[in-house]
Each structure stands twice: as C-alpha cells, then as structure tokens.
Design a protein around this ligand. Structure first.
Ligand SMILES: [Zn+2]
Length: 332
C-alpha cells in the first residue's frame, strides 16, 4: 500500500490494518481501488481519489431526547458548492450580500480560523486531521501556513458532496499531502495514537452524542497530541438566533439561520466533555462578542445597536460571553 497511507488509515470497524488493491492512480495518489481490512475482511472503496468508509447507522439520542442516525444529518445540510474561504460560505450559504460577507469574514477570521492556526503547535512532518472538514478550506489554510513542515492532512466529513468538493480543489491545486475521507466521527478510520493534532471546527454542535466523537478523537491522537475545537457558545448563540428569528418574522421574512444546529454546548459543557474524554484543557475562550463586524454596526442609524451591544458586553461576565468558543486541549 502507498506509504503515505499505510500508517494513517485503518479499518473504522476493528482498527485493523488496510491493504490497498489499486486499480488506478495519478500524480496525486490512488484514484480508484479497494481497501481491505486484514483483520475483519471488510472492504471499502477508493473512488475518484476519495477514501469511502461506512457511515454508522447507530442511533444516537440528542439532549432533547430526539433520535438521530448520521443519514438524518446528511439530509438536513443544504448543498454548499465549492467555497474557498469563510466569506464565500456566508455569501452562498447564509445569502449575505458580498460586501457584508467580506466584512463579517474579516471580523471573524482571527477568532476562528486564525485562532486555530495560532493554537496549532506542530513539529516536522506532522499528521493532522480536520474532523468534520466540510469542503476542507481550513486544511488549505493550514497547508499554506505549515507547508515548510511537510504535513500530511486528513480531511474527514460525513457529507459526500463536501468531500467531493474537497477532492476537486485538491486536484485543482495538486496537493498530494491531503487525504479526503468520507467517514463518520463516531468511527474514525484512523489507527490508535496516529495524529499529532486534530482540528474539529463547528462540528460538536451537530453531534447528538458528542462524547462518542471525543473518545474517538482521543483514541487516534498521539500522547500529548493536540485537539483544537471551535463551536458556538450555546447561551449567546441561542439568544441571538431566537431574536433574529423574531425580527425576521416581524418583517415577514424567514430566518436565514442555518437551521440544522442540533445542540450548541455551553463552555462548561465543552470543558466537561474534554475532561471526561481524557483531555487536559490548555486554553478556552469565548470570542466573537458581536455577530457582525464593528464597521457594519457603526453604520447603523445613530449607532444604537452598537451602543447596546457594547453596553451588554461590558456588563456581562467577560470569560464566557461571546458567540464562539475556541478550546485547545491535549491528550493526557
Ligand atoms: Zn476491520
């Protein structure tokens, strides 16, 4: 099997080693073939350069008592198209006007993507996975930043369309260092103690039983491996979306919210999940104090909205007020 894959992919069912029966390869790597588990004999396909693993049909129960299988989530997420950055995502997915999307992305960058890249502490030739990578744009940011370290970057997502777009961009940019994986965060197709770092950005809130994913992420990290999480902060996030929905309804419009969030967690819940899974929390902050850029708010009539939000920010306890959480933890 291709040397760049033998040590980073494993059977998601039994964690046995995989052998590759290759039908076609190109300059980037394997294109078509089959992966066969040496322990349980289960086989998985490699198709158009994508490593396709089983999505679990296990039923999970969310905090409201509703039951989910992975397929339910796949069906809820709207088609995203290929996007290269956060501004494009806001434009296409949330239908923000182009200028507003640019301003918001610029405001949010240091708090989410920038914060993740800042938090990563990588040595030479690191193996890094983005669990729930979407179309993979974070990995392209990471490659740009850490190219000198010769990283190998695994991008796993449960949505076939996301991984297809990720693969399309990989082909376009001829980045052999990336491995596009269709798979499930509840059963990672990665051997034990393999990864130097995991990025898990805007994923936890979609998981009915996040502790299952946390246990898997801990399993596949090396000792002292890093886990970096971003996720909405349940309190301010739910408050904001509640009001946004009411305002939109008052003007006879539907809410442009994403609509497929399952259960955003509070900072206390996120810290609890990390500790319970066997991580040590190194850094945890809530940022994105306002859901818009300052420049947008300052243009509102008499700056009323801006004044209100600033006043709220000043009067609320600092540590956990903010729409977005960034947590960095290490495997104990
Ligand atoms: Zn197996």
């Amino acid at each position: 099997m291709n040397q760049t894959l033998t040590d980073v992919l494993a059977c998601p069912l039994c964690h046995g080693t995989l052998s590759l029966q290759l039908d076609k390869k190109d300059a980037i790597g394997p294109v078509d073939g089959r992966l066969v588990c040496s322990s349980c004999a289960q086989s998985f396909t490699v198709n158009n350069g994508i490593y396709r693993f089983n999505v679990t049909d296990a039923v999970q129960q969310d905090a409201d008592g509703d039951t989910w299988v992975a397929e339910d989530f796949i069906n809820l997420v709207p088609e995203s198209g290929l996007y290269y950055n956060h501004a494009q995502w806001l434009e296409r997915h949330l239908k923000y006007p182009a200028k507003l999307a640019r301003l918001v992305a610029e405001y949010e960058y240091p708090h989410r993507i920038g914060a993740i890249l800042e938090a990563l502490e990588l040595g030479d030739r690191p193996v890094v996975a983005d669990i729930g990578c979407g179309v993979g744009y974070l990995l392209f940011h990471a490659l740009e930043r850490f190219r000198h370290l010769k990283p190998r970057l695994l991008g796993l997502d449960v949505l076939p369309t996301h991984i297809q777009y990720f693969r399309a961009r990989q082909v376009e940019e001829r980045t052999a260092a990336m491995i596009p994986i269709l798979g499930d965060s509840a059963k990672l197709p990665i051997p034990d103690a393999t990864l130097d770092a995991i990025i898990c950005s805007e994923v936890v809130e979609h998981l009915p039983e996040p502790h299952v994913c946390f246990a898997e992420m801990r399993r596949v990290l090396k000792p002292h491996g890093q886990l970096i999480i971003t996720t909405p902060n349940a309190g301010p996030y739910n408050l904001y979306h509640g009001w946004r929905g009411k305002i939109a309804a008052a003007f006879g419009q539907g809410d442009k919210g994403e609509g497929f969030y399952d259960a955003p967690v509070t900072p206390q819940e996120l810290a609890g999940l990390l500790v319970a899974a066997g991580f040590e929390l190194k850094h945890h902050e809530c940022n994105i104090k306002v859901p818009f850029s300052k420049r947008v708010l300052q243009n509102l009539p008499a700056n009323a909205a801006w004044w209100l939000i600033e006043t709220l920010e000043k009067s609320l306890p600092g540590r956990f007020f903010g729409m977005n959480q960034v947590a960095s933890a290490v495997k104990l």
